[in-house]
Design a binder for this molecule. Structure first.
Ligand SMILES: [Zn+2]
Length: 609
């Protein structure tokens, strides 16, 4: 992605105004460790922090998943922005005038023009439907229906609830009149093609319309509820270029500031629950739309929250969904709690019956996942029978055994011991055995196999890195590490070695670095990275910058590195000749083998000098 029309001066100003530690700190809890700051990576799930920021160089790097870059790249990754979008948002928040693209265009974000049109049409349709609900005779019945179900005018406005009339072509005519291509509108999910292929009709008719927004608050789809009896009760927009169910979290854009503040999100099963909870004062609620929770949902939640409270229906299906959602959320690194509703009640009904205060209390006092799993397992056993009790106890001890805290384990075991009149010692013994089993089959949970920065592994990483890489590659990395921070060294290496680094990425980085210094720039790693415009190279550069810079460096060390790199072609030639020699010996050609042996000795002698 190139920086396009955005002037370099603006990009520089944006980076200067946004300190990397401060910006990352809004999303990740960072702890200072020497000249680095570390935290749990927001881009992959892990339990020991691999995500490292260096304020000195204004860059970040994750040793687990390899994500890295400067502050602009971080905001791009975090918010899913394109480069110009990220620069724009950062500029605006720093009060830097956004003057590099004409605002009359509407779309300066580099988004596909068709997508843009479809979103624009959704925005218009939402307003249109909302108007029809609030101001027309047709909308009255829908409004009456909503009021009966506890929707105030304020809620209707806030959630832009609307009404799609019974007619076939109200929206199609509306969009046609404004020059929107109907075929595009159909693929965007607002219209449906007529069965005889002669045109298009409205997809939603005779329904109460709830706009669905993306996380930036742009309408991208609808959920339509039928007023009278009829099927289906709820009709959602189909997936389109702007709407993906597996990513959609209803109300995320409204909830975001509240979620960020409390670090906690409430996850509901249905969007109506979100609206009713909002009305009851719960502002950090979101819901999935017509699909089970996905990994993408979890990643999206993890970007805003540290904890998720599941508030699903109290029926069996709801509780089964909770059971399934827990591991997904946990593996995204979220703490999970569960608000348990009385059997058969959904949040909407609960608020209706017990009032908003009772609902708030319920959310203030959720149960742990262990507690939930115990309750859930209990329901599947008949405790009146000896056999059922025994089976439940075994399952329960298994659940408790998964807890890392021995205090928590003991508390749960005590409870079980009291309730089922079994000795605590026996339960503890069983629990211990479960844990031994677990230990045996436990996979490495974190996907960072070199989580060096949890302290005790630090030594291991250093020795590993140096044994894994050939000497010349280590030399190249160390040279680049210094070169990116020291112009003189870069110029020396340029004169001596040029671009003849042997690792492809290293050669490319050297070339970019020479160009960077030739352009009159001062050493500034975060800025240099900006000039690469290539994610792989950015990651390579950041990883090199982040490597342990504790090695000694002076002119003689530089010489040694350069020597190490320059001797690679000779070493390769020696290897080639050795293979040839072996082949010659096998073929019984003693003369050729001896000849090659001499050549090898000569080459080795040259290497020593
Ligand atoms: Zn990571």
């Amino acid at each position: 992605m190139t920086s396009g029309k955005i002037p370099d001066a603006v990009i520089d100003a944006v980076r200067k105004q946004h300190d990397i530690a401060e910006t990352v700190g809004k999303y990740v809890h960072l702890t200072k460790r020497g000249k680095y700051m570390v935290g749990l990576c927001p881009f992959h799930s892990e339990k020991t922090p691999s995500f490292t920021v260096t304020p000195e160089m204004q860059i970040y790097h994750c040793y687990g998943c390899g994500k890295s870059g400067n502050v602009i790249r971080f905001v791009q990754e975090m918010e899913g922005y394109s480069f110009p979008e990220a620069v724009r948002v950062l500029a605006e928040s720093a009060g830097i005038p956004v003057t590099w693209a004409s605002s009359s265009q509407g779309n300066s974000t580099g988004q596909d023009p068709n997508e843009w049109k479809v979103i624009e049409a959704h925005e218009l349709a939402a307003k249109f439907y909302h108007y029809l609900l609030s101001n027309t005779k047709q909308g009255e019945r829908a409004k009456h229906y909503l009021r009966e179900r506890g929707m105030t005018d304020r809620l209707i406005d806030q959630f832009m609830i609307g009404y799609a009339p019974e007619e076939w072509d109200v929206l199609s005519r509306f969009l046609d009149g404004r020059g929107y291509p109907l075929e595009l509108m159909a693929s965007g999910g607002l219209l449906s093609p007529k069965s005889d292929g002669s045109g298009y009709v409205d997809r939603f008719r005779g329904r109460i319309m709830f706009p669905l927004w993306d996380r930036d608050g742009r309408a991208v789809a609808f959920a339509g509820r039928i007023i009278d009896e009829g099927q289906p009760k709820y009709l959602n927009s189909p997936e389109s270029m702007v709407f993906t169910k597996s990513r959609m979290l209803y109300n995320l854009h409204h909830a975001k500031p509240f979620v960020r503040k409390s670090k906690s999100a409430v996850l509901f099963e249905g969007f109506m629950d979100v609206i009713k909870a909002w009305n009851a004062g719960v502002k950090n609620g979101v819901a999935t739309m017509g699909t089970a929770l996905t990994e993408e949902h979890c990643v999206s939640l993890r970007r805003q929250a540290e904890e998720v409270i599941l508030c699903y229906d109290g029926d069996d299906a709801g509780q089964a969904a909770v059971h399934k959602s827990i591991p997904l959320l946990q593996s995204a690194g979220l703490k999970v709690l569960i608000a348990i509703l009385p059997k058969g009640k959904d949040p909407d009904e609960y608020i209706e019956e017990y009032g908003p205060e009772a609902f708030s209390r319920l959310l203030d006092d959720p149960v742990s996942t262990t507690k939930f799993r115990l309750i859930y397992s209990r329901k599947s056993h008949i405790l009146l029978k000896e056999e059922g009790r025994k089976n439940y106890l075994m399952e329960a001890v298994g659940i408790v055994a998964e807890l890392d805290s021995s205090t928590e384990r003991e508390l749960h075991l005590k409870e079980l011991s009291r309730e089922f009149d079994v000795s605590l010692e026996a339960l503890k013994q069983d629990c211990h055995e479960y844990r031994m089993e677990l230990q045996k089959k436990k996979p490495q949970r974190d996907n960072n196999d070199n989580s060096w920065n949890n302290g005790r592994n630090e030594k291991r990483r250093v020795t590993r890195a140096s044994t894994l890489l050939p000497a010349y590659a280590t030399a190249e990395r160390r040279l680049l590490h210094v070169m990116m921070q020291n112009r003189e060294v870069a110029e020396d290496v340029h004169a001596r070695l040029g671009e003849s680094f042997h690792v492809e990425d290293h050669a490319a980085l050297a070339a970019y670095l020479y160009a960077y210094y030739a352009g009159g720039h001062e050493p500034d790693p975060a800025r240099f990275i900006e000039t690469l415009h290539d994610e792989r190279l950015e990651q390579a550069a950041t990883a090199i910058l982040m490597m342990d810079g504790g090695f000694p460096f002076d002119e003689s060390v530089m010489e040694a590195f350069i020597h190490e790199i320059m001797k690679v072609p000779k070493q390769r030639e020696i290897e080639r000749k050795r293979e040839e020699m072996v082949r010659a010996e096998r073929a019984g050609d003693a003369l050729l083998a001896a000849q090659l042996g001499l050549e090898i000795i000569a080459l080795e002698r040259q290497l020593k000098n």
